[in-house]
Write a protein that binds this ligand. Sequence first.
Ligand SMILES: C[S@@+](CC[C@H](N)C(=O)[O-])C[C@H]1O[C@@H](n2cnc3c(N)ncnc32)[C@H](O)[C@@H]1O
Length: 273
Amino acid sequence: MTQPPAPDPDEMLAQMKQQVLEGWEQGADFFDERSGDQGDEFHHGVFAPAAERMLGLEPGARVLELACGNGAFARRLGRQGMQVLATDLSPSLIAHAVRRTETISDQPLDVRYEVVDATVEREIVNCGGPFDAAVCVMGVMSMPLLRPMFGGVWRVLKPRGSFAVVTLHPAFATSGYKFARSEQDDEPHGLTILRYLSRYVTHGVTNTAQQDRQLYFHRPLTELTADAFASGLVLDGIEELAAPVTEESDARLMWNVLPDIPMAIALRFRRPA
Ligand SMILES: C[S@@+](CC[C@H](N)C(=O)[O-])C[C@H]1O[C@@H](n2cnc3c(N)ncnc32)[C@H](O)[C@@H]1O
């Protein structure tokens, strides 16, 4: 009996990339509306402040942002006087980012946007540089490959430049968890972790009202950091982040009832001198 041909890894990768792109293109309007000018409460309450703490930038710093979405963090940095080149895979999200930035009239911002696929090293290198810092907030879960991103960032960063990566926490939030519920009132009071060490691909939503699902790539911390180390970056900062405590009725992912379990993690990589 003849065996079916083994799947071609390059073709599988190309298909995954296409699916990621289509997912974000289809979800772009929804994401933009949900995020607004400053990002949702998770973004502006937790992720963006953590990225800022990690980068510790002074006004005038040149920053490259990868996977910028509708530009919420780029505008935040721009308002603090940074020079930002913000990039994303999705042309529709870049269009939202440009539109939102153009309507800011109180303060001209030094923020530019470009479509860049962060899984292609050459595209990152073409962003120019050298940059004082790079940042990627909630983007790496959407990327089937990380090595090109870390390699590209190493090449465009100044020596001692830092790269902040904020992502869903692999141990808790992409690990195939289930909420553990109390027998008395069925309220979530903890998590059951179903898998962690193996890498896998899943379909996720950025909130419960979302219709279209995106591909999410789970990788344990060892793998998430290994590609950075292989590219010559070192890890010199880490923060684990709980969800914002909010009264909002959107019980999205329900993380806000678990203040002692970090749903996200911020990592700071540095290009050595
Ligand atoms: C959850 S959103 C985060 C957006 C933004 N950083 C924020 O925090 O609001 C994920 C973003 O990753 C982008 N993305 C996915 N794959 C990418 C890739 N290969 N290169 C660049 N951006 C990518 C998507 O288009 C989307 O804008």
